[in-house]
Design a binder for this molecule. Structure first.
Ligand SMILES: [Ca+2]
Length: 211
């Protein structure tokens, strides 16, 4: 599910190896709109990590980019094959990791939208200052080879702890759920998982000022 160009190979005996006369490249190019990273495993893109941080009393300073730009700042190893409307958004915040009898119980992953299971993202909003999506209709921020997504500024009174979001991409996709014919204007259309965004917050307290 990585974006890019692909070719189709055909092997009549199903072996994909051996006699070259039994294998052939079908003369079509397949263009997949979406994000790709350097990882090659099945589903590994969903596990790519994005790290941002929150600084004490600097919560409203945005310094968090999801960046696939081909020139001038794009994250190394990442690539996007974008089309007319290609946007990024995120899920609800994950729950907290917990411990049970000393064993770490990690928070369960929030999944990107899936029209088959009819589960759709509900982006975390409360922890961010009020913002408008860009463009202001629908959902998501344009994220392509020319434009990075800058995460909204955090709400100082809400960003009091570390948190985690799943990042989801809409590869110029118009799904069957919403009534419009426009791509990427509805939560159900953010179908490509592109990693996990960790917001880190570290507080250091003076030992003698805690009394
Ligand atoms: Ca739509």
């Amino acid at each position: 599910m990585n974006g890019g160009y692909y070719r189709m190979c055909y092997s009549p005996d199903g072996s994909m190896t051996g006699n070259e006369f039994l294998n052939a490249i079908v003369p079509v190019d397949i263009r997949v709109i979406g994000v790709a990273s350097a990882c090659l495993g099945d589903g590994c893109l969903a596990d790519e990590r994005w790290d941002c941080y929150v600084s004490y009393f600097g919560e409203d300073i945005s310094n968090c980019l999801v960046d696939f730009r081909a020139f001038g700042g794009g994250r190394e190893g990442f690539f996007v094959e974008s089309a007319s409307s290609s946007k990024s958004a995120w899920t609800a915040a994950w729950g907290r990791d917990t411990f049970l009898f000393g064993e770490l119980i990690p928070a369960s992953r929030k999944r990107c939208s899936d029209v088959v299971t009819a589960e759709y993202i509900a982006p975390e909003m409360a922890i961010f200052d009020d913002f408008d999506w860009a463009p202001p209709t629908g959902m998501g921020f344009i994220t392509d080879a020319f434009t990075a997504m800058e995460m909204p500024r955090l709400r100082r009174t809400a960003a009091t702890d570390s948190f985690t979001l799943s990042m989801c991409y809409c590869p110029s996709y118009d799904g069957p759920v919403d009534p419009t014919n426009d791509p990427c204007d509805h939560a159900s259309e953010f179908i490509q998982p592109i990693g996990v965004l960790y917001y880190w917050l570290l507080r250091v307290c003076h030992l003698f000022l805690q009394q």
